[in-house]
Structures are given as C-alpha cells and as structure tokens.
Design a protein around this ligand. Sequence first.
Ligand code: ZN
Length: 164
Amino acid sequence: MQCPFCGLDKDKVIDSRSAEQGKVIRRRRECLRCKRRFTTYERVEETVRLMVVKKDGSRVPYDRGKIISGLTKACYKRPVSAERIQTLVEEIEDQLYRTYDKEVETTDIGQIASDKLKAVDRVAYVRFASVYKQFRDIEDFLAEVKEVMDTAAPLDGPTQGKLF
Ligand SMILES: [Zn+2]
C-alpha cells in the first residue's frame, strides 16, 4: 500500500481488526522508509445483487428467506431435515448465480427449486410446484400429481420415510 506521506509502496501491517460487524477489515500499517503509520480499510467489493423479476414485471432483490420459507412449508411433516433444506437452498443459489447474471424471473427460480426438491421428496415437490406454478386448473394439477405418482411408485411402498 502506498505510503500517504512519502509515497513508498512498502509497509508492514502492525495491527488488523474487523469493524462494522466484520464487513470491514481495518489495518494499521507502518511505512518501511519513513516509519510513519497510516490506516487502510478493506471491504468486499459491492456487487449488484441478483434481482428477481416478478410476474407483473416489478423487480425485487433476491431474498433467500423466501426460498427457505417456501421449501419449509412444502416439507411440512415430511421426512426432510432442516439441514437438508439448507443444502437444498445452497444448491439452488449455486445454480442461480451460475446461470443468471443480474436478473432472474420468479418462474425460473420456482423451476430450479422444484426440480431439486423433486429428487428429495415427491410430496413436498407437488406442494411446492402447486404454489409456484399456480396451476390454472385442476387438470394441470392432476397431470402433475399423476406424473409424480408414476415415477414415485417404487418408492412409495413400506420403505417410504426411511429413505431420507
Ligand atoms: Zn513513508
């Protein structure tokens, strides 16, 4: 770090501490030439948060809490641990950040989340999908349920509940 007094770019750090609840690292430095001390602040570069485009075209910042609450509701009384929901959210976010740069539509988030949930618990999946897809009519819903039941058949025997 360039010394503000003599301009030399050689110093040693004599003290480091975090500030602003860990958002900033404050370092006390000493110039190796003039021995004067100065302070630098280091913070994570502010990035544009992922924005979520809603059906009406409005935009809100991505909110992890909404995904967690949606998944938690869908998994109510299902054999899915809170820990599993947490890793599910991390997987979803991982895919979101890899696929979308600045904006993502709510329906895309719903699709990603339900695809992942489908592999974890099929009942929770149907619940989740029924909310996010907002099935236009009962036919759509039944088709979805049927699809799930067809693929779930081998799992829904006596072993159900022990798998996860
Ligand atoms: Zn200096």
